[in-house]
Design a protein around this ligand. Sequence first.
Ligand code: IPE
Ligand code: IPE
Ligand code: MG
Length: 242
Amino acid sequence: MGNQKGMDRMGELLPAHIGLIMDGNGRWAKKRGLPRQAGHKAGASTFKRIVRYANRLGIPYMTVYAFSTENWSRPPEEVRGIIALLREFLSDAANYRDENVRTRFIGDLSQFDQDIQSKVRECEEVSAGHTGLTLNIAINYGGRMELMKAARELAAEAAAGKITPEEIDEELFARHLYTQGQPDVDLVIRPSGEERLSNFLLWQAAYAEFVSMEVLWPDFDEKCLDRAIEEFRNRNRRFGGV
Ligand code: IPE
Ligand code: IPE
Ligand code: MG
């Protein structure tokens, strides 16, 4: 802490917005002969640890992929287990009260039980004034669904005569995304060796550097985040130029 936002202790540039696909829990458990839920549980502690570290580093924004719109297709027992972990996280107010992290949730929350929805609101309210890392936790999130939602809202505004179709530009469109007001994602990290986005932040990560790492999410530690940031710094970002 005490770092200038956007810079690390050495005054080196930090990514403004990191996207983190927390993948590999199932394989981690399988390797140990444990049920998949044990992997999700271990992944949940890793999540808390990495959030704390990202906040200390002075990362301004981080979005973590915790549950996708496609993950409902897993066996009901696994879905229930993941939701139980979400509930556990939300029930322990210390998770969002103590650190200076501003916690938000993105995704279609209407699919979750009322108690989860109200805990989510509480968590967002309690941490709204925090000035450290802004953390977006993506649950029942899908990039296509988010884009469709934005398109629908804009179409409704146009149909109501509030805007003309010509007024829709990138800036206005982005204001209809869950991440409105936040910088574009400039680094996407995916542990577990996979090299795909799996419907994560399709708009926001248009020009992100993608770093795939072999480590499985429950084993991801502070050094892994350091390495991904280092890799990001060494990339030559061109944005379509030369
Ligand atoms: C990520 O780990 C957690 C969620 C998708 C909720 P996985 O459960 O996808 O783990 P693998 O990919 O099967 O190893
Ligand atoms: C992406 O991981 C979703 C989350 C990490 C929450 P998946 O494991 O669901 O993605 P696929 O199925 O390998 O593409
Ligand atoms: Mg997976």
